[in-house]
Design a protein around this ligand. Structure first.
Ligand code: BJW
Length: 246
């Protein structure tokens, strides 16, 4: 179904020179990947984050955490970018002052062709060791997972940011600098609840950017946003891209 964008929004989309897109799990929902906090279908409706997505959980039960991420990696490997991911890559190709800051660990933005991209919460397809963050491409099979680092023998873990861990410093700084300098900020498919990433749209708004939220549901950002599109990302983003670029 076509999305009707208000004329004022179209004007601002066309005028924007510095653009930040900020994405969350909702943009990948239409690629078949679960979100976290949706009440029926989100991962946290079935699993407790404190059992699976903290360093303490990994130290307590490394096998369970490793196997849970292996299971999720299987879905990510089968998923493909959808029209929402492609629309953002299309905007980037046409607008030099564009940055995409994603909380997603699925790598679908890069697979859609986005290059001006920061991954704030890491990437589930990469593996590192627990003690030194040595990257691992392959590992020897073990009877009791997780496998071990070939360099130091520490257990291997996914290169994602768990609760209580700091975000990659350079990625966060780049996203924050872009947020305070942009004139248009698109917040897409995120509950805007996980900090410090969730500060980004508020920082952009406080520095005068037009803030647009694309989300079928209300979030803490909805009251501040200048425009709210209550649509799925896969429907709204192609409309935004064509309003901006056609
Ligand atoms: C659609 C759609 C469609 C559906 N189209 N939309 C300040 C205040 C309070 C707490 C804190 C604070 N600062 C820090 C904290 C603690 C914590 C935190 O934020 N907790 C809150 C939950 C309360 N933050 C941290 O621990 C962070 N680290 C940190 O702050 O370090 C500093 C520090 C260190 C030590 C001591 C003290 C400070 C790290 C956060 C790491 C988050 N990690 C995860 C897991 C990644 C790995 C994995 O995949 O397993 O990241 S949690 C999970 O949430 C994942 C996501 O990236 C993140 C955000 O979720 P997202 O993407 O918004 O998904 P959902 O499901 O929440 O929302 C989806 C949305 O899509 C919904 O709104 C739908 O409506 C919508 N939707 N279909 C468009 N088709």
């Amino acid at each position: 179904m076509a999305v009707d964008l208000p004329a004022e929004l179209i004007d601002r989309l066309r005028a924007a020179r510095r653009i930040v897109a900020f994405t969350g799990a909702g943009i990948s929902a239409e690629s078949g990947l679960s979100t976290f906090r949706d009440t029926q279908t989100g991962l946290w409706a079935k699993y407790r984050p404190e059992d699976l997505a903290t360093p303490q959980a990994f130290r307590r039960n490394p096998r369970m955490v490793w196997e849970w991420y292996e299971w999720r990696r299987g879905f990510v490997a089968q998923a493909a970018p959808n029209p929402g991911h492609h629309a953002l890559a299309q905007i980037e190709a046409a607008r030099p002052g564009f940055l995409l800051a994603t909380q997603n660990v699925d790598g679908l933005h890069a697979r859609a062709g986005s290059r001006n991209l920061v991954e704030l919460h890491g990437n589930i397809r990469r593996t590192i060791c627990l003690d030194h963050r040595h990257p691992a491409e392959s590992w020897a099979p073990v009877d009791e997972p997780p496998p071990r680092c070939g360099q130091c023998g520490a257990p291997l873990r996914p290169d994602v940011v768990w609760f209580g861990e700091t975000l990659p410093e350079a990625a966060l700084r780049r996203a924050q600098e872009a947020a305070v300098q942009c004139d248009l900020f698109l917040s897409i498919g995120t509950s805007t609840m996980v900090y410090p990433a969730a500060e980004l749209p508020f920082m952009a708004g406080a520095h005068g950017a037009t803030v647009i939220e694309i989300n079928p549901d209300f979030t803490p950002l909805s009251r501040l946003a200048n425009f709210v599109l209550r649509e799925n990302a896969g429907t709204a983003l192609p409309a935004v891209a064509s309003a901006m670029l056609d």
